[in-house]
Design a protein around this ligand. Structure first.
Ligand code: SF4
Length: 226
């Protein structure tokens, strides 16, 4: 597909998802640091369990970079227990809080930073991979960075735009090369893809109730219908 056609195709997907599901109001958090914490806790975890862990942090008065740095590791792990892998995630949270501390715990100091150097810094933090780094850049810092996750791969793969196993960078470029670099658009687009994956494009897809069915290779190849 040529670039202009791709842009139109991606825009069509977005418009249909927005019409079907409306604005998703992401990221579900109070403030940038809570977004950062959530981006770590959500690794291999259901959001309902992340919510419980964040609730525990709030109850313990520990949802701040200072508190996370000063809490004993075992105590922090116990507080975030509901989100799973809690020992490993406690170490990651401390590493992230240390990194944020190196910027004075001040999200505004990051607003003018160059995206690529900030991304490199985040990727050097223990436990921060590409999806986590990009979630922080987009939803906490407000940079126009498109987040790729397993849901995006599943949907885009099934639509026939890229093989599902293609690299993170290739997936990301599919969006950034064909859409305007716009924080609000990237915010909403990623959230809508997650919504579609949970609603219709599940592991076993419910194509008959999907707003993208007439655009989708998987649907056509499996003769499911529109
Ligand atoms: S038509 Fe089916 S496979 Fe294609 S995006 Fe929708 S739910 Fe997924």
């Amino acid at each position: 597909m040529g670039e202009t056609r791709l842009s139109r195709f991606l825009d069509e997907i977005y418009q249909r998802l927005l019409a079907a599901y409306g604005h998703q109001h992401w990221w579900p958090a109070n403030g940038s640091f809570e977004v950062m914490v959530g981006a770590i806790l959500t690794q291999s975890a259901a959001w309902s369990n992340v919510n419980k862990a964040i609730g525990n942090l709030k109850k313990a008065g520990a949802l701040s970079p200072q508190a996370i740095r000063s809490l004993p590791l075992a105590e922090l792990a116990l507080i975030i227990r509901p989100c799973g892998y809690f020992n490993a995630k406690a170490v990651k949270l401390k590493a992230l809080a240390d990194w944020f501390g190196s910027h004075g715990d001040n999200i505004e100091s990051l607003h003018d930073a160059d995206i690529e150097s900030l991304r490199r810094e985040l990727l050097a933090v223990h436990g921060v991979g590409q999806e986590t780094a990009d979630s922080i850049l987009l939803y906490a810092v407000g940079k126009p960075v498109f987040v790729i996750d397993a849901y995006t791969r599943r949907i885009i793969g099934r639509l026939g735009l890229l093989p599902e196993k293609e690299s993170y960078g290739v997936y990301q470029r599919l969006f950034t090369a064909n859409l305007e670099a716009d924080v609000h658009l990237y915010n909403e687009y990623h959230a809508l893809l997650v919504k579609l994956a949970k609603d219709a494009c599940r592991k076993k897809p419910l194509c008959l109730q999907c707003c993208l069915s007439d655009m989708c290779c998987y649907n056509k190849n499996n003769n499911i219908g529109v």
